[in-house]
Design a protein around this ligand. Structure first.
Ligand code: FAD
Length: 391
């Protein structure tokens, strides 16, 4: 029989189909045995463990959201659980998949032509091609809807890209990067599948990160990078189309945030049952139970929220403000939860060996990427009041 995890107090996993549960059980076992044992070492070194790429792709965790690559018909709630399971082991691992699956494959899946989907989706799902997603720039983060400076100039059958990107995940080793740039012709944002071997394209690792140290983020420069029209995403005509990709990934980041909280909670639950102070396990002290139960309350509420936002996607009812609220709420609750779990471990809460320190540090990046809490709040604020308050 399928076993639900300790962090799933209300048994939400029982809403999944038998096939989905079977997939989750296999993925969970592989993550526990093949990924979890090495993450602290690689986090400390700030290096990416390339051996996990095969584990993640061969277990089918990439490409589940598109008919071309999904091994079986599945629900958005199930795909959310996959994001949760990955983050429950490690937030960097879930971010690798978030970039490869949600952002790179997702951009081509949502904005590509039939031919582009047929060519790239299977390769990205299998891991034959590694992808990245370049939207953010050194001078444009939250305001990337209007502030992009990277320019695409049409030149016959080609486009010439010039500009720079910052923070681009997986981009130190990606084979292609989806670059978002403003067209010099109509001023609209367009997307390009840029092979990273193209002359004029360079990616440099960002050093010194204290959150998601396993994820390799890069600064990218584009100097007269020539991209054929055939590699322009044929259905990306303005930032509205970029936003269609982000609506999907934001809901998955919300699920990943719950996974981070669950990972920290389950580690704290184990630890507090073993650690003895004042003659009994600290889990037997009332104030420690308060930390654990508040954490479980945050997690349970967030799973409920995420479940509904994913059901809305399958029902064709999900709008930008729905996934924005899920992302803002779940990441804020994650941040509160990892702090409580870290508190429950005392001094051991700040060393890697006990896992909670890694979840605590990694939570900060999830809180800010894919739209900060403020930006997602403003998206919801605009929807409920009719007043745009961004500028
Ligand atoms: P800023 O936009 O400079 O914001 C700084 C602060 O000001 C924030 O608190 C923000 O909420 C606040 N603020 C800004 N405007 C307003 C306003 N109008 N009202 C109120 N507050 C405001 N990008 C990619 O394109 N691809 C990736 O793969 C990628 N991966 C990432 C991975 C990591 C680990 C990180 C940290 C970032 C990644 N990003 C990526 C970039 C990420 O999306 C941005 O960091 C994020 O959008 C915030 O932009 P910024 O860092 O430039 O902050």
């Amino acid at each position: 029989p399928f076993e639900t995890i300790a962090g799933d107090f209300y048994g939400f996993e029982n809403l999944l189909t038998d096939r989905e549960k079977e997939f989750i059980a296999t993925l969970r076992a592989r993550l526990e045995s093949e990924v979890k044992p090495i993450v602290n070492e690689f986090w400390e070194k700030a290096e990416f463990p390339h051996q996990i790429i095969d584990v993640l792709h061969s277990s089918g965790a990439v490409g589940l959201g598109f008919a071309e690559t999904a091994p079986f018909e599945n629900s958005a709630v199930f795909r959310g659980w996959v994001a949760l399971e990955l983050a429950r082991i490690d937030a960097s691992v879930s971010t690798y998949v978030g970039v490869q699956n949600g952002l790179a494959l997702g951009a081509i899946g949502v904005c590509g032509s039939e031919e582009q989907r047929a060519e790239w989706l299977p390769k990205l799902a299998s891991g034959e091609v590694l992808g990245a997603f370049g939207l953010t720039e050194p001078t444009s983060g939250s305001d990337s809807a209007q502030g992009l400076k990277t320019v695409a100039t049409r030149d016959g059958d080609n486009w010439i890209l010039n500009g720079s990107k910052r923070w681009i995940g997986n981009a130190t080793f990606s084979d292609i990067t989806v670059i978002w740039a403003k067209s010099a012709e109509d001023g609209q944002v367009k997307g390009f599948i840029v092979p990273t071997s193209t002359p004029g394209y360079t990616a440099t690792k960002i050093e010194g990160k204290q959150s998601l140290r396993i994820v390799q983020n890069a600064d990218i420069t584009l100097e007269n990078v020539v991209v054929p029209e055939a590699l322009r995403l044929q259905n990306a005509n303005s930032f509205k189309d970029t936003a269609r990709v982000l609506r999907l990934t934001r809901a998955e980041v919300a699920w990943a945030a719950v996974g981070v909280a669950v990972g920290a909670y389950e580690a704290a639950l184990r630890y507090t049952n073993e650690r003895v102070q004042f003659g009994k396990p600290i889990a037997g002290h009332q104030l420690i139970q308060d930390l654990l139960v508040k954490s479980l309350g945050n997690i349970t509420a967030s799973i409920g929220l995420c479940t509904r936002v994913s059901e809305m996607l399958d029902a064709g009812e999900q709008r930008d403000e729905h996934s924005a609220l899920a992302k803002a709420f779940a990441t804020a609750k994650m941040r509160e939860t990892v702090a409580w779990c870290r508190e429950a471990l005392g001094g051991n809460g700040i060393v890697l060996d006990y896992d909670v320190a890694r979840f605590f540090a990694d939570a900060e990046a999830l809180y800010s990427y894919e739209g900060t809490r403020e930006m997602n709040t403003l998206i919801v604020g605009r929807a409920i009041t009719g007043q745009a308050a961004f500028v």
